[in-house]
Design a protein around this ligand. Sequence first.
Ligand code: GDP
Ligand code: CA
Length: 316
Amino acid sequence: MNTVDPYYSRVVCLAGGVGGARLADGLARVLPPHNLTVIVNTGDDFRHLGLTICPDLDTVMYTVGDVANDETGWGRAGESWRTMSEVGRLGGPDWFSLGDLDLATHLARAHGLDAGQTLTAVTGRLCAGFGIGPAVLPMSDLPAPTLIETDTGEVLPFQVWFVRERWQPAVRRVILPEDVRATAEVVRALETADLVLIAPSNPFVSIEPILNVYPIRAMIEDVPRAVVAVSPIIAGRAVKGPAAKMMAEMGLEPAAAAVAGYYGHLIDGFVYDAQDAGMIAEDGLALLCTDTLMSGAAGRERLAREVLAFAAELME
Ligand code: GDP
Ligand code: CA
């Protein structure tokens, strides 16, 4: 038997915020650091209080760096809020919560960007500060803001819809920018990838913005020996956030099978939850049915190992 050892494969993981961060953390616990690259959505990024905020990059950094607040799914553990409450008292905006420790990230990032460094370079430096081994790369160094068109026809910047409006306005469509290019670092990672994993992130506002960056989708169609996605939908519901609600609003059944259908021919394998056992997929799509809820570090590590073992069979 000639089994591929997934621990010697070059793995690229596409990630949004909390679901992506959890799988990335599991992978970081089991793969040699130089074999893992995490490509992160920056469609949520925005300017606020004069700072560039990168919510998904920060969630991935904090989670893999072991300083995340696991209850909220964003921000840092042991956070304090003195600066933010004073900003509010002084009449500044306080609808987007930025803790004191979190603000340090945004200030350090602003300093690097102001000095002319790329977001990729700045993120690399921040990751070093959090003791992160694997490469964590923004999908692009260019701004690529995601917009949400609601059912009233109003077009909202992503964070206004997500945070200020608490993702309540129904979504008619997600508007992604044209002509955004991937960085050389992203292209290099994909060129040498054996395996691409699509994390259990929101398919529409976390994964699609990454695939929309040229030439990421085309490279994923061509290069790796296997592409495997993990379902963010368990028993018809999102673990966190609007994925299931958005699916219903956009005319899809909120179900794991619909996520697999959405990725279509891009993926060779699909990992879905034991609560959805018996899911029927298109011909040619390999399935792994397991517990996909990543509770705690042990749960993340377990799922990462299972996903890698499943992918190894597909890479043979
Ligand atoms: P965020 O919305 O920016 O935080 O980013 P994501 O798109 O990565 O995260 C939201 C998605 O992660 C939701 O659809 C959740 O269902 C999914 N998710 C979060 N935690 C888990 C988990 O432990 N297992 C699975 N399968 N999905 C998860
Ligand atoms: Ca996000």
